[in-house]
Design a protein around this ligand. Structure first.
Ligand SMILES: Cc1cc2nc3c(=O)[nH]c(=O)nc-3n(C[C@H](O)[C@H](O)[C@H](O)COP(=O)(O)OP(=O)(O)OC[C@H]3O[C@@H](n4cnc5c(N)ncnc54)[C@H](O)[C@@H]3O)c2cc1C
Ligand code: FES
Length: 272
């Protein structure tokens, strides 16, 4: 496990990029220095001790030179609404970077990155790192409707090809983002790796498609968290492993906070 800092950092900017979705830039040099795409920070959302538990948010972008990190989040409940109400120049108490990031294989040439809704949050840093390493990146973004499409421009600026699916057809393809994945595979655009974050049914469907197409798949999982540092076992998910000596499939519970949040898609027990 990497070293986890617990520090107070300054909010440098805050922007509502879509209804109820906020992008916050933090000055956090030690965390920016260490952070990997796919890791997250655990945030004390308010200035006092309520709510007691921190909230996990992925590191959306990492600027190592400036010592800055970005978070992109949807205000869905008490903690994230309090966070959305914090002001520029406020100090924020954060812990991080936490967890295992995405694993980009050196031999991979083509990647597909798939974000469903706010699931795009951990994927921009991954896109940036993949392009820095010279990979060809196809991004597929799924959203309920046009106003909720996030990240399209940011990925395009990096040099990725971006396609969007909206449930109501208000922007680009009408339907599910997984239909777009099936389409590009049928057309012969065979990726070496697929990465995804978003709602569980989407992640499960991608797992089936990836298995059939024999493409390695990594997924960023979300579970409710308490400690965020591996101590309380409050965030476990069921994982399939192989016992090499007995050639048997075994199951174990792994902590999303420190054993994840990134797992191999074929290891996750989706029907648990
Ligand atoms: C590793 C990790 C990274 C995450 N990264 C991001 C991110 O970058 N951007 C973002 O917007 N959200 C992210 N989330 C989800 C985010 O942590 C939750 O939305 C947040 O904790 C909700 O807190 P709240 O107090 O606002 O809502 P609560 O009042 O606690 O809950 C409001 C609603 O959100 C659901 N919820 C609460 N916690 C989670 C959770 N951990 N996962 C899924 N649903 C939850 C509840 O079931 C409820 O329906 C991440 C979660 C994990 C585990
Ligand atoms: S949140 Fe406590 S072990 Fe993961």
């Amino acid at each position: 496990m990497n070293f986890i800092y617990n520090i107070k950092v300054k909010i440098l900017s805050k922007e509502e990029v879509a209804p109820n979705i906020f992008l916050i830039k933090l000055l956090a040099p030690p965390i920016a220095q260490e952070a990997l795409a796919g890791q997250f920070i655990h945030i004390k959302c308010s200035k006092d001790n309520y709510p007691l538990l921190r909230r996990p948010l992925s590191i959306h972008r990492i600027d190592k030179e400036k010592g800055e990190i970005f978070i992109l989040f949807q205000a869905v409940g008490e903690g994230t609404k309090l966070l959305a109400g914090r002001s520029i120049e406020d100090d924020l108490d954060i812990m991080g970077p936490i967890g295992n990031g995405f694993n980009i294989y050196p031999e991979s040439k083509k990647m597909v990155i798939i974000g469903g809704g706010i699931g795009v949050a951990p994927l921009l840093a991954l896109g940036e790192e993949s392009i820095r390493q010279g990979k060809e990146v196809q991004v597929l973004i799924g959203a309920l409707k046009k106003e909720l499409v996030i990240g399209e421009e940011s990925f395009k600026i990096l040099g990725a090809k971006v396609d969007v699916a909206t449930d109501d057809g208000s922007y680009q393809y009408k339907g599910l983002v997984t239909d777009l994945l099936e389409r590009i595979i049928k057309e012969g655009w065979l990726a070496d790796q697929i990465f995804a974050c978003g709602p569980k049914p989407m992640l499960k469907k991608i797992s089936e498609i990836a298995l059939q197409a024999n493409i390695h798949y990594q997924v960023s999982m979300e579970e409710r968290m308490a400690c965020g540092i591996g101590a309380c076992l409050g965030c476990v998910c069921k994982i399939k492993t192989k016992d090499k000596r007995e050639y048997k499939v075994k199951y174990e519970y792994k902590r999303v906070c420190v054993d994840g949040p990134v797992f191999t898609g074929s290891e996750v027990v989706w029907n648990d």
